[in-house]
Design a protein around this ligand. Structure first.
Ligand code: ADP
Ligand code: MG
Length: 560
């Protein structure tokens, strides 16, 4: 009787799906491992590329962890975290995106047997955090500073870092060529933080080697009207006027209503329109500018007018290009042509319109502030150039980071092996279970050299044994995988260098992600939120459908 009086407690709605406990944790770990398997083979100079084909029919070929993870569109709630850390690594440092995913998954994989044996995840998390902070400290100790070197030396060091990044990419075959180009571009923008000052323009056709760097701004010739061909195409130290207005004979009639009683007055209206535009053009010419660029259209009348006065003009210049021109030449973008003073005009040493492949390019060279650079990228297929652009972006980010933090560590798995050794040594001094967990963490770090070997077709066990032995001897701290011979080599001597910040960020982010996933023991799927979403979508559809249907019906009626 008593039990009947007791009300049954219903906490969650019927149909709520909860998965909890050890089983859930293991399943999350498995999902993360599966995600890492998707990008595993792309690591390193011998890594493979992935071709991702989406439902819209776009194909992307990429070697970049973050790009692939983004395109994969992962739906598993726990595995999504890996996509997030790849993205944040990409925006924070720009490289090491595959590394961060592999590390996080490996940390989890090593934790799995402990979880299965009933170790409380919090013990694991505590040890992992401790191991990570020790690893970071050790990296800082091992990092080599490039501070205090001459400019020429610094350039060489930086291009080594860029070459290491590029070596794993499609354009790896020409890594020296591109590395020095990237370093020049980054040096050109100096201390400015705006990445947008480096433009990358893609021109299909030609070979990779036809790519070139403009220390200044370059953009594709914009649409032009008749008369353009009569304009001069080369100037030495011209004055440059940047506008954000239309120079066209048109708009006035669209936004005014004029009533005329006498047809003869019509001519005066037409004249007024012409006067307005001629007045604007006149002011542009009087400013002394030899080059007029506008974000908006420059019509046929204006084009001819400028041509007659030996002035070059281009309308509909993309906003980012105009901004770059402004930054490089010192010009200020004007929204009116009244009172143009000399200060708002920019200048450069040479302006030229040049043929690049099938395109014509407007090129501003020798700019006074110097703080811009444009890389014109040539190559075959579209997908190829796109991937080349992404790779260059990685390299640019790396050079900027290295320039700022100016410490580098040996790559090719050398730093990972060294930290792994260090942690193992430390673990021996600890009594208790924590020793096992720190050992597991140390073992997980070996995934980088192992994967580099696997991807190159080397015997990973053999190479790793050699590496362990070398590092344990105490003199081989810089030894990593030799990608050319399949043995081991001094990465530092071979100039396989990475900015320390890449590793620091990767280890930090991967540990955090692993700990986050380990601390989750229950996933609740709320049926309400899903159905609510469904309903919202359905009503939105109905809302959109309604007026459209009515509109169509109405027009049909009128026609009849
Ligand atoms: P991520 O997206 O993580 O940057 P990559 O495919 O660029 O992945 O591979 C980076 C890894 O390849 C780094 O661990 C780096 O040390 C290693 N690596 C790059 N160049 C070489 C080389 N020439 N020899 C050995 N390892 C290299
Ligand atoms: Mg890389």
């Amino acid at each position: 009787m008593a039990s009947m009086l007791q009300p049954q407690i219903i906490l969650l709605k019927e149909g709520t799906d909860t998965a909890q406990g050890k089983g859930q944790l293991i399943s999350n770990i498995n999902a993360c491992t599966a995600v890492a398997d998707a990008v595993r083979t792309t690591l390193g100079p011998r890594g493979m590329d992935k071709l991702v084909h989406d439902e819209k029919g776009n194909t992307t070929i990429s070697n970049d962890g973050a790009t692939i993870m983004n395109l994969l569109d992962i739906v598993h709630p726990a595995a999504k975290i890996l996509a997030d850390i790849a993205r944040s690594q990409d925006s924070e440092v720009g490289d090491g995106t595959t590394t961060v995913v592999l590390l996080a998954a490996e940390f989890l994989k090593e934790a799995k047997p402990f979880v299965e044996d009933g170790v409380h995840p919090h013990n694991l998390i505590r040890s992992y955090r401790a191991a990570s902070s020790m690893a970071l400290k050790r990296i800082e100790e091992l990092a080599v500073s490039i501070e205090g070197k001459s400019l020429e030396e610094k350039k060489q060091l930086l291009s080594k870092c860029a070459a290491t990044t590029l070596s794993s990419k499609l354009i790896g075959g020409e890594k020296e060529f591109f590395a020095s180009m990237v370093v020049d571009a980054v040096m050109a923008i100096g201390n400015d933080d705006r990445l947008s000052l480096i433009g990358i323009k893609k021109v299909p056709g030609g070979t990779m080697r036809d790519s070139f760097l403009v220390k200044g701004v370059a953009f594709k010739k914009t649409f032009s009207y008749a008369g353009f061909e009569q304009q001069p195409k080369k100037f030495l130290s011209p004055k440059i006027l940047l506008l954000n207005i239309e120079l066209e004979l048109k708009s006035e009639k669209e936004n005014a209503e004029i009533r005329l009683s006498d047809p003869l007055q019509y001519q005066s209206i037409v004249d007024a329109e012409w006067n307005i535009i001629y007045d604007k053009l006149d002011k542009c010419v009087k400013s002394g500018a030899k080059i007029v660029l506008s974000r908006l259209a420059i019509g046929d009348l204006a084009t001819q007018y400028f041509a007659d006065r030996d002035i070059f003009c281009a309308g509909r210049v993309a906003e980012e290009d105009l901004k770059r021109v402004a930054a490089a030449t010192g010009a200020a973008v004007q929204t009116t042509v009244n009172n143009i003073i000399d200060e708002v005009l920019g200048s450069c040493e040479v302006f030229e319109e040049r043929q690049v492949g099938n395109e014509r390019f407007n090129i501003f060279g020798g700019c006074p502030s110097g703080q811009t650079a444009t890389i014109v990228l040539r190559g075959g297929a579209d997908q190829f150039i796109e991937e080349a652009e992404r790779s260059l972006h990685d390299a640019i980010m790396i050079v900027r980071r290295a320039l700022k933090n100016s410490t580098v560590v040996p790559g090719g798995g050398a730093i990972d092996m060294e930290i792994s050794k260090y942690l193992r040594q430390h673990a021996r001094t600890i009594a208790g279970k924590s020793q096992l967990f720190i050992n597991a963490y140390a073992k997980a770090l070996e995934v980088i050299p192992r994967q580099l070997c696997d991807n190159a077709g080397f015997d990973a066990t053999d190479v790793l044994n050699k590496l362990r032995q070398k590092h344990a001897s105490g003199e081989g701290a810089n030894y990593g995988v030799d990608i050319n011979t399949g043995g081991i080599a001094d990465s530092f001597a071979n100039f396989v260098w990475e900015p320390a910040v890449v590793k620091i960020n990767a280890i930090n982010a991967a540990t955090e992600a692993a700990c986050l996933i380990l601390s989750v023991d229950e996933t609740v799927k709320n049926p309400k939120s899903e159905s609510a979403q469904g309903e919202a979508a359905a009503s939105a559809m109905a809302g959109r459908g309604g007026p459209a249907m009515r509109g169509r019906g109405g027009r049909g009626m009128r026609r009849r």
